[in-house]
Ligand binder design. Sequence first.
Ligand code: HEM
Ligand SMILES: *[C@@H]1O[C@H](CO)[C@@H](O)[C@H](O)[C@H]1NC(C)=O
Ligand SMILES: *[C@@H]1O[C@H](CO)[C@@H](O)[C@H](O)[C@H]1NC(C)=O
Length: 334
Amino acid sequence: MTSTHLFFVLVTFFLNISITFSTQLRPGFYEQTCPKAEEIVKDVMLESMMRDRRSAASVMRLQFHDCFVNGCDASLLLDDTPNMLGEKLSLSNIDSLRSYEVVDEIKEALENFCPGVVSCADIIIMASRDAVTLSGGPNWEVKLGRKDSLTASQADSDKVMPSPRANATALIDLFSTFYLSIKDMVALSGSHSIGNGRCFSIIFRLYNQSGTGLPDPTIEPEFREKLDRLCPDGGDLEVIGNLDATPFKFDNQYFKDLVNGRGFLNSDQTLYSLDPRSREFVVQFSKDQGAFFAAFVEGMLKMGDIQSGRPGEIRRNCREVNAGSIEQGFVKSF
Ligand code: HEM
Ligand SMILES: *[C@@H]1O[C@H](CO)[C@@H](O)[C@H](O)[C@H]1NC(C)=O
Ligand SMILES: *[C@@H]1O[C@H](CO)[C@@H](O)[C@H](O)[C@H]1NC(C)=O
């Protein structure tokens, strides 16, 4: 035990607050303490999808944006406070992430059944899995037992989250820093099998790719005409388009689209068009949905394992640190 750890344990003991460090994640973590947890999450996720089909995509995207920024700790869900700029307004998240209220609804339902037991970080993991399964994708057992962070950082999100302009080579490097392989990265990008993106995210590749003043030459011409009509130069950048041809169905259509030059985002299309190391997997997944599903599950499990090792708690409200927990300034001083 380091001296900071010891100090922390003593502080925790004397203030009688329940803050702990990262624990071993495992399936069935809530079997004794909240046996209905996974059923409740799935029910609320399904209700949400019946109101707004897109919410499946929007919720499952939260896992990526949470886990890549200081681990899967629900830091993403913290609202800004007067002394903390959170992640919701970071470059990749502002005007883009949605369906935070679905997580709130799940949390409320869980608090009714088993107050103070299920972390918001685990809710994101369970709901993401359910969103995929309920959209026709694979089902799998998730590992649970995460704690919720005591803080969040807009700057950390800006530093790590990739831009839609990113290319395959840069993404391979970024994902490798989280011990995610090229195969993991390509499979996880297959999450774009569901959901939408804004004209904001593709306008550069339609009219001025890499500052050339020209469109991205890898876009299939007929598809480019379609995108040009959706996103005219000087038009409304908030208009949305489909990330693949079947945006409500979790399947391998996304990879078939990439092989045909019909990827929506630059980051997607370059997986096929730019780097042979990622192309190999795009081609494989485009022909073999089973291989995609297996690799996707493995990638989601590995991404779900990312932890910061920082102290955490079970938040009562996913949007704010519990009252009585160590204040922001105090935690930062460790
Ligand atoms: C590989 C690097 C990635 C990049 C560069 C990227 C980028 C983006 C961008 C730019 C959008 C559209 C945002 C907008 O226009 O407002 C988007 C949407 C989405 N992303 Fe990614 N993403 C990546 C990986 C992932 C991963 C790993 C997941 C989940 C496992 C994911 C899940 C989603 C989903 C489901 C949507 C649609 C959300 C909705 O309809 O609300 N993405 N992504
Ligand atoms: C890919 O992105 C990296 C980082 O932005 C950049 O340095 C590189 O030139 C890009 N590669 C290509 C072929 O565009
Ligand atoms: C294209 O992008 C480059 C570099 O970002 C910029 O200098 C140029 O003015 C842009 N051209 C047009 C037509 O917007």
